[in-house]
Write a protein that binds this ligand. Sequence first.
Ligand SMILES: Cc1cc2nc3c(=O)[nH]c(=O)nc-3n(C[C@H](O)[C@H](O)[C@H](O)COP(=O)(O)O)c2cc1C
Length: 358
Amino acid sequence: MLFFRYNLKGRVLKNHIVFPPVLCFGWSRNGEMTGEHLEHYRNVARGGAGLIISEVTCIDAGARIDASQLGIWSDEFVEGYRNLARICHDEGVPLMAQIQHGGVKAVTGTPVLPSKLTEAEIAAAGIEQKANAARAGELDIAEIAAIETRFTDAARRLKEAGLDGVEIHGAHGFLLSYFLSSITNKRRDEYGGGLENRARLVTGIIRAVRRECGEDFIIGVRYGGATPSLEDGIGFAKIFESAGCDILHISTGATPLDAVEAPEKYAEFTSPVYTAVEIKKHVSIPVIASNSVGTIDQAKLLVDGGLVDFAAFARNILADYDWVRKTERGLEVNRCLRCKPCRWFKRALTECPARRGG
Ligand SMILES: Cc1cc2nc3c(=O)[nH]c(=O)nc-3n(C[C@H](O)[C@H](O)[C@H](O)COP(=O)(O)O)c2cc1C
């Protein structure tokens, strides 16, 4: 039941609602946690979500998608995360952080790909960062191993900081999603081809993080439920589960082609939510559905109906920090106006019209 407690590896979550990662653009200058971040997450934690997965943090200074993105590429960032963990834990909310490599979307350093793509392949896949994709270098085995180590070091730092776990970012066109999708991964070695091979970097990271951080640490993976088909999305779920993943967070994949249409029965939901429901049938670890679960009734349908374990709400909570608490009590909320693009991409707190009262 949505507002009932849930025990996730010994942590008590007060309900089945997740605040998913949301990058606060412009707050950080060079990857450091700021007072604004701490205040923001304190408000989110007080607002009632059962679990917070903090915004995408980069494992490599040269693989960031925005200069203001948080960083975890060196020990100097541990203290900031320690403060963040304390704030969330003081409010009784477990905290995971999302760890990522920007891949072809990197604006610092050199963009990289699992395999070289031709101009025709880039165009056919609908890759937005055409210029980056065209000049991106193909990773060799030593570079892939170094990336796995960077992810593991990042997780070790976050564990040291007192976080409950990490979410490995394998979605949204970042590096790991490019490995997963057969549309963007044309490698002919052990990192390309079949599902096990395309998943190898992610499963390598899961296993290495488990070795480094121990059994108690929560390891999640966010990835596209259709990368590039639902069948593959289900296959990856089973592979991640066997590698030791504790929780799956289903979203969009590497490119716009990594999507399937929801059938009539799920017409009110987006493709990622539909794929989350299908994936849940094939694994025993918990599954988070995200991307436009718009209302509490939809969340109840999904969670109370046993279709998924958690519903994530990003923009609703951005529009009103107290959205969960108020909704549970049937109180009025500041409604997200679904601006396109979301004004949080610019200046979060001052630009969101819902927060300003419409
Ligand atoms: C401003 C903004 C920043 C985001 N940053 C991240 C991020 O850091 N990592 C991530 O996986 N998703 C990110 N997302 C996607 C959200 O986690 C979520 O999937 C998306 O907003 C759809 O969910 P919603 O309909 O509940 O808002 C971001 C979304 C927004 C609007």
